[in-house]
Write a protein that binds this ligand. Structure first.
Ligand code: UDP
Length: 343
């Protein structure tokens, strides 16, 4: 809680109506901060922040960070979480994804410079590509296919990191970079195409679970509240570490193991079906979080078994409330369909 004599901080959260962003809005409001939530609703949704709309310290602004609205009031902190993050969503309009990462981050950094606001960039474990070093430490330079279908996101985020560190070196912005590993929890889009949302929606609907490739590939899954705590700690740490920090849960699971865990939550699930592995799908991923532990005294608290139960309960409640969810498309999917028609 904030003490009475502490000044109220104004925090701008770009991508604040998204899955992670909306939880970050909640956490800053709970701390007594004023939150300006900026979102283009390309993959974010007003549903995620609807309970906050009447909060006196909450302001929702529709804006695409590639062409950012002006903000006159003083800002203390700016988070950039504005980008589609699921492979099918960020590949739906890859040029938009790349420009969001590069032009959008550039615009937000300029805003941070004008306001002398602390800045946090949501980067990604995708900067390591299909890693040949395991687990991934921040000094590993990665193995990205710079011309493949994931490049719009991987290279976009790498370029955004470069912009941040150029601003830090020039002493223009106190920018911090979080490399976020796979995150899950309530408010994931049911149709965003990621593994945990896909498998939970399939299990709840009584459909077989889709495994891409052999299912021997691994991921490390962090529950959203753990990630939000890490993001806030990195934003506040003083002095600015001036280097990227991995945020993720080091527990590593094969996709097959994850499917078994979900089947055990929904015993009537009719088994699994195998589908082709998407191009450039990383084979292994696990964060080395020693830097975050040392600098931020942070480590995840929620084990996968518990986080899955909480996420499953949320999906069950949400899907039973809105039957049309399965057919609802995101703006990113609408844009992909429109681009296909133009071609
Ligand atoms: N995956 C899967 N079935 C699905 C969705 C994803 O087997 O229905 C696999 C995907 O090929 C990848 C892993 O699960 O190996 C994680 O995929 P996700 O899209 O969640 O995130 P990524 O880590 O690839 O960005």
């Amino acid at each position: 809680m904030q003490s009475r004599n502490e000044k109220t901080q104004t925090v701008l959260i770009a991508g604040g109506a998204g899955f992670v962003g909306s939880h970050l809005c909640d956490a800053h409001l709970a701390r007594g901060d004023k939150v300006i939530c900026v979102d283009s609703y390309i993959t974010g949704s007003q549903n995620n922040v609807r309970p906050l709309l009447n909060h006196p310290n909450f302001l929702l602004v529709e804006s695409d960070i590639r062409d950012l609205t002006k903000f006159d009031e003083p800002l203390d902190k700016i988070y950039n979480l504005a980008c589609a993050a699921s492979p099918p969503q960020y590949q739906a309009d890859p040029v938009h994804t790349m420009m969001t990462c590069v032009a959008g981050t550039g615009n937000l950094l300029q805003l941070a410079e004008r306001h002398q606001a602390n800045f946090l960039q949501a980067s990604t474990s995708e900067v390591y590509g299909d890693p040949v070093e395991h687990p991934q430490r921040e000094d590993y330079r990665g193995n990205v296919n710079c011309t493949g279908p994931r490049a719009c996101y991987d290279e976009g985020k790498r370029a955004a990191e470069a912009l941040c560190f150029d601003m830090v070196r020039a002493a223009r912005v106190s920018a911090r970079v979080a490399r976020i590993f796979n995150t899950y929890g309530p408010r994931m889009l049911p149709n965003d195409g990621r593994i945990i949302s896909n498998l939970l929606v399939q299990a709840i609907s009584g459909d077989p679970l889709t495994i891409y490739g052999s299912g021997e590939q691994t991921r490390s899954f962090c529950f959203v509240s753990d990630l939000v705590a890490g993001l806030m700690a990195l934003m506040d740490v003083d002095p600015n570490p001036g280097m990227p920090v991995n945020l993720g849960n080091p527990g590593e699971f094969t996709i097959k193991e994850l499917a078994v865990m979900i089947e055990s939550l929904f015993p009537t699930t009719p088994g699994v079906v195998y589908r082709p592995l998407p191009q450039d799908d990383p084979q292994r991923r696990r964060p080395d979080i020693s830097r975050a532990q040392e600098l931020l005294n942070w480590r995840p608290q929620i084990p996968l078994s518990e986080g899955l139960q909480r996420t499953a309960a949320w999906f069950e409640a949400t899907l039973s409330d809105s039957k049309e969810f399965g057919s609802r498309r995101t703006k990113a999917q609408d844009r992909a369909a429109a681009l296909a028609v133009e071609r």
